[in-house]
Design a protein. Structure first.
Length: 347
């Protein structure tokens, strides 16, 4: 076998969503901060294209690059590459990274709990992993401060008409719609329609609304559309309520997250808190279209600039699915891969 490039990857998924982790073969990109390094990867595109485009990648795949941390508090750092974006943070990807670090033996595991600090492009996230018999069973992530944006906004969506949406940040930026009001029962057979409509809603929000983050001025767009199911209560615990919901997130260029999306859960909790519908005593479980779930709670509140924010914690499970070496034959006529609109274009 010939190869002019070999990238070493440990593949994983978190509650169904693929989040592969590059563990070798790639030098850290230039930049004084992890955010700067992520901006270099976003603008340079070569690494993104190599691992995300076909034939090595696909619209279903996310890939994380492990890099040395910049913050002395952090044990490891990672840069997230999603099909269209290189975002500040991702819940499912942080769970995949923590799972690979622990189950793959890259970070020493302590039973029954291991604590580590990861540096995402958007800032530090603290991880607590419940470990047993050499396996990280459940990963708890203290996510980036999350906040409600503009509420009850009206946008015009092609083929739908006027639509009421909320906006929020949960580690990434969301436009949020009521799934029931859109006619969705949140069943697996609706995934195709949710993906296509979600892209149209996200594009409409980006054209008609404006997203601003108080401390990440470069992040000025809405990444995702969250189709939010109704909130139901299934019990109480320690003075709080056990709340449940369903969630489906449309990801550009047109797929549905197989997990409930950790950043979406954080954004939803920020919206509920802003409306007085969730407190720090409550616990919220979100279920995806494939039946997987993330748990969430509010650890406290803070401010970002002048904006009120919550400190969310999300949790879920991750599993390693394989070890791969992605190679490039020097005669391959598509060294950066390729995309076709049958799977990559849902607009």
């Amino acid at each position: 076998m010939r190869s002019s490039k070999t990238i070493h990857v440990i593949s994983a998924h978190a509650e169904g969503e693929v989040g592969d982790v590059i563990v070798g073969g790639v030098l850290p990109p230039p930049g004084d901060t992890i955010w700067d390094q992520s901006r270099h990867i976003a603008s340079d595109q070569r690494l993104r294209n190599f691992v995300l485009n076909e034939p090595r990648g696909g619209v279903f795949r996310h890939v994380n690059l492990l890099v040395p941390p910049k913050d002395p508090q952090a044990d490891a750092a990672f840069i997230i590459m999603e099909p269209e974006d290189t975002p500040p943070m991702s819940g499912s990807n942080s769970i995949c990274v923590a799972t690979v670090l622990l189950d793959g033996g890259l970070f020493p595991m302590q039973e029954p709990e291991t604590h580590l600090v990861l540096e995402a492009p958007g800032g530090l996230v603290r991880v607590r992993a419940e470990c047993d018999n050499g396996k990280a069973r459940r990963i708890f992530v203290q996510n980036l401060p999350s906040f409600a944006g503009d509420l009850d906004q009206r946008i015009e969506v092609e083929g739908v008409g006027s639509l009421t949406v909320d906006t929020a940040f949960g580690g990434d930026s969301f436009v949020v719609v009521d799934a029931a009001a859109m006619g969705f029962a949140m069943t697996p057979d609706e995934a195709h329609d949710i993906a296509r409509l979600g892209v149209r809603i996200t594009n409409a929000a980006n054209a008609q609304l404006q997203f601003r983050h108080p401390t990440l001025p470069d992040w000025r767009h809405f990444s995702f559309c969250l189709f939010a199911g109704p909130i139901t209560q299934r019990g109480t615990h320690d003075g709080g309520r056990d709340l449940h919901t369903t969630a489906a997130v449309a990801i550009q260029p047109g797929k549905v997250d197989r997990s409930p999306t950790g950043t979406a859960l954080s954004a939803r909790m920020a919206l509920l808190h802003a409306r007085g519908e969730m407190t720090a005593a409550d616990h919220l479980t979100a279920t995806s279209l494939i039946g997987s779930s993330f748990g969430g709670r509010i650890l406290g509140t803070t401010t970002l600039g002048e904006r009120a924010a919550i400190l969310p914690e999300i949790s879920g499970r991750g599993w390693i699915t394989g070890i791969h070496q992605h190679m490039l034959d020097p005669d391959d006529p598509w060294p950066q891969g390729y995309r076709l609109s049958d799977s990559w274009g849902a607009r």
